[in-house]
Design a protein around this ligand. Structure first.
Ligand code: AMP
Length: 295
């Protein structure tokens, strides 16, 4: 595999397949990190995870039009290919696959993956059609690259869950790894969309992380009522003057169904607009186990 300090940029599916056939010929393990570019440390953590397990890491960079709804930020989404290539050079990714839109959705494209179940609540409700676009492009990328392992971030918890279900339901022979959320030093989850925030809004956006920490503290202190915890989280978020809450929920981490009482591992998950930038974040809550019986 080529010089680890300079990823090879490939834009056509045929040349990608040729390049990967050579890797497979040497019995190399292939890892895929799907991204929309504007790479930050969160993305790079997935690349490092792939590097640690695979012989060849492919990073795809594609701003997928079909996962953006009308009026969303598809047009203005940051596109920073040269900076992305520079960032990847430091991590040793072997291949960057950056296809053109018309190479992914060719004229006449009319086949879609329609995920149900875990795709329906939360983001599914707020962004109709979003997971149809995500599932379709992820399945296409999995078919183009045919990786042994594909890496996703817990930052997009529901997305990773939808992908895990799709791979299971459609018998895709790729393992899915979900890697931890990488945060800024002050707690804000890294996101390409953070670049939209003015400095003042960036400061206000800390209410997301604060509300998740508040939920964890309440659970640690013995609170078990989801309604009470969600109410307090919402109050904390609304201390940011322009915060608009899409949802704040405590859900089962597998089914993503709301829970009423915290009895085991529970996902606190939220989507909030600050200064018109829609931010999402989440955190797994774990109530302390029962005390060991006194002998
Ligand atoms: P995106 O480019 O936003 O589509 O993200 C590409 C992948 O990077 C997805 O699997 C995301 O969940 C993951 N990702 C984005 N932000 C973070 C983060 N802060 N920490 C870990 N993974 C992330």
């Amino acid at each position: 595999m080529s010089n680890p300090s300079s990823p090879e940029l490939v834009s056509g599916v045929a040349s990608l397949r040729d390049r990967l056939a050579a890797v497979r010929g040497q019995r190399g393990r292939i890892g895929l990190v799907p991204t929309m570019g504007a790479l930050h440390e969160g993305h790079l953590s997935l690349v490092r995870a792939s590097k640690s397990e695979c012989d060849c890491t492919v990073v795809s960079i594609f701003v997928n039009p079909s996962q953006f709804g009308p009026g969303e930020d598809f047009q203005r989404y940051p596109r920073t290919l040269q900076a992305d290539l520079d960032a990847l050079a430091g991590c040793g990714a072997e291949l960057v696959f950056a296809p053109a839109g018309e190479d992914v959705y060719r004229p006449g494209h009319a086949t879609w993956v329609e995920p149900g179940g875990v795709a329906e609540p939360l983001e599914g409700r707020c962004r109709p059609g979003h997971f149809r676009g995500v599932a379709t492009v992820v399945l296409k990328l999995l078919n183009m690259v045919a990786p042994d392992v594909a890496y996703f971030g817990q930052k997009d918890y529901q997305q990773a869950t939808v992908v895990r279900h799709m791979v299971e339901d459609l018998d895709v022979p790729t393992q899915i790894r979900v890697c931890p959320i990488v945060r800024e030093p002050d707690g804000l989850a890294m996101s390409s969309r953070n670049a939209y925030l003015s400095p003042a809004a960036r400061a206000r956006s800390l209410v997301l992380w604060q509300s998740l920490q508040l939920a964890a503290t309440l659970v640690d202190e013995g609170e078990r009522g989801a309604e009470t915890i969600v109410r307090q989280m919402r109050q904390r978020i609304l201390t940011a003057e322009d915060a608009r809450i899409d949802y704040v929920a405590l859900v089962d981490p597998e089914s993503l169904e709301p829970v009423e009482e915290i009895v085991g591992r529970t996902l606190a998950v939220l989507a909030v607009k600050i200064e018109n930038t829609r931010l999402i974040d989440n955190c797994l809550l774990q109530p302390p186990g029962p005390r060991a019986p006194v002998a």
